[in-house]
Write a protein that binds this ligand. Sequence first.
Ligand code: UDP
Length: 326
Amino acid sequence: MNILITGGAGFIGSHLAHYHLAKGDAVHVVDDLSTGQITNIAPLFNNPNFQFVEANIVTWDGLKEAARWSNRIYHMAAIVGVKKVLEDPRAVMATNMAGTERVFRAVAEVNPMSQVIVASSSEVYGFNAKSAFVETDDIVLRSAGRLRWCYAITKLADEFLAYSFFKKSHIKVVIARLFNTVGPHQTGKYGMVFPNFIGQAVHGEAVTVFGDGTQTRSFCNVEDTVKALDLLALTPAANGEIVNVGNDHEISIGDLAKLIIQRSGGTSDIEYIAYEAAYGLDFEDITHRRPVIQKLQTLTGFKPQWSLNDTIDQLIALERTCTQSE
Ligand code: UDP
């Protein structure tokens, strides 16, 4: 199978590339390396089934040719991370929506038989006060004022773009709402909690909990995420569907900090930092976020394989190895 991955040098995209090459597929990655890292895919360069082009999805002149070649496209290219969103919301709005529209227009024009897996986000559930989210839940977004929500708006627009092309152009699409994916290749540079806590605990620095630490999240190992995305792509009934993808084990951020310190065997303190000091006034946090993964399970039979403890141990070991080799 021919697999095109936009944003394929990024965190999840690069795992998709490794996974599909291991399955014997041909993989074409496009990434502008704005947040993706060449080191994530460098080990693949010698593989004859792999090709990489450095280009921005909004302007890449090879898009139609690659779309024609593909049987499946994972559209992962987007600007992500709370820090990035607050730093440059204009770029987030422009790239995330224009990139998706361009991908769909190309597919509709040159290869309507291809399938597109779109990376949406649990952010689209927005400020909904519920703690566990089902795909049919209402979307609750702030009407004005806080830039944090612009990312959710772009992902919601991407979902509707995808759904429009499914309905009107009969393109096969699966819309995956990804919940807090974690694992190797994820960088803490753009605010993500897991790599930050792991790095801090391993290096004996204070672990920085924003707010009072009672907010909760559910973390899914990227290996599980990749498997779930492939299973969804292979399930005809998933076409045209919005599906939560994640692990439904929930933990508070305060408890996550304690657990990571404990499993690292370190003695880091926990430092509580007010949201305002961490992110400024344009930020407001989501208090609870857990996916209901019934739909994913019914469609594909998928069950997450990685426990939180195993993921923490994996990333602690990796952080130690990276530190030693520096
Ligand atoms: N967070 C934290 N310390 C950090 C980075 C993040 O306490 O160094 C918190 C953040 O405020 C949020 C949670 O961890 O409550 C998850 O943040 P992340 O940006 O990883 O994901 P998202 O907010 O998109 O779920």
